[in-house]
Structure formats: structure tokens, C-alpha cells
Design a protein around this ligand. Structure first.
Ligand SMILES: *[C@@H]1O[C@H](CO)[C@@H](O)[C@H](O)[C@H]1NC(C)=O
Ligand SMILES: *[C@@H]1O[C@H](CO)[C@@H](O)[C@H](O)[C@H]1NC(C)=O
Length: 305
């Protein structure tokens, strides 16, 4: 990632310029946002701990909802209605993964996440769900650890998936010990957030540093999942990880409106082996162009290292 080709800026410009269509902010909220838990008391309590099942779509979404709620006060100075909260990008991406079938079991061995089976089930075999696990649990637990969530660090615990339990961490102390540096980066973001003089651009920098660090820590552990997908989807997954580095380098502002518009360019379903980029007939021209551009970006990235 030695330099950013100028067309990357043009592409990001496209994302921002594409028309919104929705005028109401609540239309841009992630899928099933209203149905998701919005406070700790919506979760089960056992031995003085809130138990959250992140393998249930709305329950994992609830972690984001509490996070957005508890951080809203720090973004009031930028715009009303929490629109400028840059944490919106995370739940919006998670909602897109759900809507497009990416949280379902890609092996087809279970009906986890399938419309006819258990639609709210989040599959531990889904590559998207596994990486999102860390992009939801680490920012959430670091926020608890930073003291901005109104509960203490030992008061919350996440429930394990049905298998591969050793690959995950479940509470503030175990996530801190497995992902020390990354948790520190999330903590640094929340520390800066609480600074009265915090500015928007620096907030974005802190956020993207923590985000990319989370992916770097976890991406390799789930490479085995890529094999469950069609070649085009697998390629998209690998391209996506590279694309996120570029979004980070550009400090893409992950506010509600900007994230919502950005998603118009993302594939609306899991890619099939018969899909040929950029000629996928049920995708918009914009979605085809984005997939094509991501292929080029990845090739270029490999070339320039
Ligand atoms: C946060 O949640 C509380 C309780 O659910 C709600 O009354 C309040 O409006 C929320 N605040 C924001 C900014 O979303
Ligand atoms: C997810 O949680 C909702 C709300 O508690 C519940 O109705 C649903 O059955 C759960 N689904 C799964 C797969 O855990």
C-alpha cells in the first residue's frame, strides 16, 4: 500500500455522490435495528453477569445498539440524531452481511441462517460472521473496559459458538489477554472520544487504527473458512480485506449517511461460481464496477506491495 492510485479517490467519491433515496435517517438503520436489544437489561443475567449470545443476529446487533447509544453524547457536537457517530459503519456492515445471506452456514451442513431454517442464527462457519465477531465484541468490550458503558468490566460475558470455541474470546479479561495491542487501540479511541476537544478527523484516525488492527489479528485464523465459498465470493473476501486497508488509509468517514450510501455499491447476495465480474446481470452497474475495481485494486496492491 505504498501509494493510493488517484482512481481510488474517484471511487470513494462515487460512493459518496451516489444518491441516497431515503430521506429519513431511521430508514438507513441496519436491518432489524428496532427489534434488537438496546440496553443491558434486555439481556439475561446470571451470577451478576449479562449474558450475550453473539451467534444470534439481533443479540449481536444489540451490542452495537448499546454502543451507539452510549457514545451518542460524544458526537452531539458534530450533528443531531447521532448521525455523525462514526461507529455506525460497523452495525451497517453487519446488517449488510445478514441481508445478503453472508452470516448463514456456507457449508450447507446446518440450516443456521437460512430463511427456511433458523434465520437469526449466525453461523460459526461463516467467514463474514467470524471476522465480524471481533469487529463487534472487541469494540464493545473495550468500551465496557473504558468505563463509558455504565457497567464494570466483569459484568458482561459473551456465549460461545457451537464449535471452535478456542478461536474466540468472551469477556474483557480474556479478550485483553488474547488481543492486548488491539484492545489498547480500541481503548485509545474511547479515551480520545472522551476528550472534550476531540475532533472528527482524529476520531476517524483512532477508529481506523483499531479497526485494521482487529482485522490483522484475526484474518489469518479464519482463512480455512474461505474454502467454503465459490471462487468469486472467496476472491471478493480477499479483496475486501485489502479494500478495508485503503478505506482506512483514506480515513473514510463511517457516519450513518456515508456508510449507507457506500453499501449501495456492495454485492446484494453471496457470489456464485457462475458470476462473472463485471457482468452480473442482477447487480447494478455500480455494484459491478465496484467488484471490478476491487479486483484491480488487489492486483495493484500485490504488485506494489
Ligand atoms: C439511548 O437509549 C435510551 C433507552 O433505551 C433511549 O431513551 C435514548 O433515547 C437513547 N439515546 C440515543 C441517543 O439513541
Ligand atoms: C435469537 O433471539 C431471538 C430473540 O430472543 C429469539 O426469538 C430467536 O429464537 C433466537 N434465535 C436463535 C437462532 O438463537
Amino acid at each position: 500500500m505504498a501509494f493510493l492510485p488517484s482512481w481510488v479517490y474517484v471511487l470513494v467519491g462515487c460512493f459518496s455522490a451516489s444518491s441516497v433515496g431515503a430521506s429519513d435517517l431511521s430508514d438507513m438503520e441496519p436491518t432489524l435495528w428496532k427489534e434488537s436489544p438496546g440496553q443491558f437489561s434486555d439481556y439475561r443475567v446470571e451470577n451478576g453477569k449479562y449474558l450475550i449470545d453473539p451467534w444470534n443476529y439481533t443479540k449481536r446487533m444489540g451490542m452495537y445498539k448499546i454502543l451507539l447509544n452510549q457514545t451518542a453524547r460524544y458526537f452531539e457536537k458534530f450533528a443531531p440524531e447521532n448521525e455523525q457517530n462514526i461507529l455506525w459503519g460497523l452495525p451497517l456492515q453487519y446488517g449488510w452481511q445478514y441481508r445478503t445471506g453472508r452470516l448463514a452456514d456456507p457449508t450447507g451442513r446446518t440450516d443456521c441462517g437460512s430463511a427456511s431454517g433458523d434465520p437469526l442464527c449466525v453461523s460459526v462457519d461463516s467467514w463474514w460472521a467470524d471476522l465480524n465477531y471481533f469487529l463487534s465484541s472487541l469494540p464493545f468490550l473495550a468500551a465496557v473496559d473504558s468505563g463509558i458503558m455504565g457497567i464494570s468490566s466483569d459484568q458482561v460475558m459473551l456465549l460461545p459458538p457451537p464449535k471452535d470455541q478456542m478461536r474466540f474470546c468472551y469477556d474483557v479479561s480474556s479478550c485483553r489477554s488474547s488481543f492486548h495491542e488491539t484492545m489498547n487501540k480500541w481503548n485509545a479511541f474511547y479515551q480520545y472520544l472522551q476528550t472534550p476537544s476531540s475532533n472528527f478527523d482524529d476520531l476517524l484516525k483512532y477508529l481506523w487504527i483499531a479497526h485494521t488492527s482487529t482485522l490483522e489479528d484475526t484474518f489469518k485464523s479464519f482463512e480455512d473458512r474461505c474454502g467454503y465459498y465459490s471462487k468469486p465470493e472467496e476472491r471478493f473476501e480477499r479483496n475486501w480485506v485489502v479494500a478495508v486497508e485503503y478505506l482506512a488509509a483514506l480515513s473514510f468517514p463511517t457516519t450513518l449517511i456515508r456508510s449507507y450510501k457506500f453499501q449501495k455499491g456492495l454485492p446484494p447476495r453471496v457470489l456464485l461460481k457462475t458470476d462473472v465480474v463485471p457482468f452480473i446481470s442482477d447487480f447494478t452497474a455500480f455494484q459491478n464496477i465496484v467488484l471490478f475495481a476491487l479486483n484491480v485494486l488487489n492486483k495493484l496492491d500485490k504488485l506494489i506491495g
